[in-house]
Write a protein that binds this ligand. Structure first.
Ligand code: NAD
Length: 364
């Protein structure tokens, strides 16, 4: 029995829909396991710009820092696309990551056996299963590097800088090796060391950290090859550690081969003892926002990660994951994962965001 304070940032587009569905599941967990979750609903993203003029109000940052964990829906949308960089909703995400010191983004990509028809790869490949865990560096690299516009050789130009320090690579590599010790004891480090100096440093540091984990087998792969091998033999991937930008792209690719971006949860973690942030890897999906069509399972699986990692509630986390699997086995699907026969007499039943949340809660 525990008392926990959860900061909830619904954000924009489908963000409020998926976080509401996840809260239904959290409430059920509280009831079933006798916990007390109190929610502090906070503004960030486009909605915060509309209400306060600032994508990340300082009150939101302060409340997140005081919480046990943060649940985030998604931010952004066409209404705010033409604002200058500093004022865009995405600034809230980068700001939260840097304010909370969230340098490690853990993104599991699992192909559920009941969703194998949603995998666009050849059945021979899909049948071998996919269970990858991406460890993406989150507060360094090009997304945080020096940038700007200037006069160059060919006139006006723009630049973004990829820079990594030894310290930044060392701590993300350690996160990956620690995780590997709880899985199959293999780490694949993805870089572009044949071209980029920052990648050569990345590789050197990862090799050094590996010496402290002799049981873990370390491999390296260039990012272009990794994007091919992920399609050809995803079953061979286990823990993958990579930079902010490469991780962003590769984990979206992994989302597609495991069915839908609506299925992938994530945990963003910093120093031990500080609140982690949990969010689906998808964005605000403006094309389906407000229509009860969004898949809430990535957000529901994100709260399972929150319970396990930040609150230490393993049984509760496993219960949510098992409930999600059961709901899928029973044939319930949101539109993004409804492949095959969806006619009335088929096993596949099309449901909306709210119903999917209630079904998982009911299964618990
Ligand atoms: P997106 O992830 O929002 O959508 C990509 C596609 O996937 C769309 O067709 C969408 O309908 C679908 N999709 C996404 N989530 C889904 C779900 N849960 N269920 C069913 N279908 C789902 O990416 P985008 O279109 O590139 O970006 C839209 C906005 O979201 C932009 O403003 C972008 O900056 C923002 N964004 C925010 C985050 C975040 O908050 N973490 C991440 C990525 C993009």
């Amino acid at each position: 029995m525990g008392k926990y304070k959860i900061a909830v940032i619904p954000g924009d587009g489908i963000g409020p829909e998926v976080t509401n569905a996840a809260r239904v599941v959290m409430d059920l967990v509280a009831k079933k396991f006798g916990h007390d979750f109190s929610y502090d609903e906070l503004l960030a993203g486009g909605i915060a710009i509309d209400v306060t003029g600032n994508p990340l109000p300082s009150s939101t940052v302060a409340a997140c820092k005081k919480s046990d964990a943060v649940l985030l829906g998604a931010v952004g949308g066409p209404a705010w696309d033409n604002l200058p960089g500093e004022m865009r909703p995405e600034k809230a995400l980068l700001g939260l990551r840097s304010e909370l010191g969230l340098f490690a983004n853990i993104r599991p990509a699992i192909l559920y056996s009941s969703l194998s028809e949603a995998c666009p790869l050849h059945p021979d490949i899909a049948s071998k299963g996919i269970d990858i865990c991406f460890v993406r560096e989150l507060t360094g690299g090009m997304y945080f590097g020096d940038r700007g516009r200037r006069e160059g050789k060919f006139g006006n130009e723009a630049y973004d800088t990829e820079a990594y320090s030894v310290m930044e690579v060392d701590r993300i590599a350690r996160t990956a090796f620690e995780l590997a010790m709880t899985r199959k004891k293999t780490v694949l480090s993805v870089d572009k060391a044949n071209v980029l100096e920052s990648s050569r440093l990345w590789r050197e540091v990862v090799i050094n950290v590996a010496k402290e984990y002799p049981e873990v087998k370390l491999e390296h792969m260039y990012v272009d090859n990794a994007s091919m091998q992920l399609i050809k033999r995803p079953f061979d991937f286990d823990v993958v550690v990579t930079t902010n930008m490469f991780g962003d792209i590769l984990s979206d690719e992994a989302a597609m081969i495991t069915g839908s971006i609506g299925m992938l949860p994530s945990a963003s973690l910093g120093e031990k003892g500080k609140p982690g942030m949990y969010e689906p890897i998808h964005g605000s999906a403006p094309d389906i926002a407000g229509q009860d069509k969004a898949n809430p399972l990535a957000t529901i699986l994100s709260i399972a990660m929150m319970l396990r990692i930040s609150l230490g509630l393993e049984a509760e986390a496993s219960a949510i994951e098992a409930a999600v699997e059961k709901v899928l086995e029973k044939g319930y699907r949101t539109g993004d994962i409804a492949y095959g026969n969806t006619s009335e007499d088929s096993k596949i039943k099309l449901v909306g965001t709210r119903e999917m949340g209630s079904l998982v809660a009911k299964e618990l």
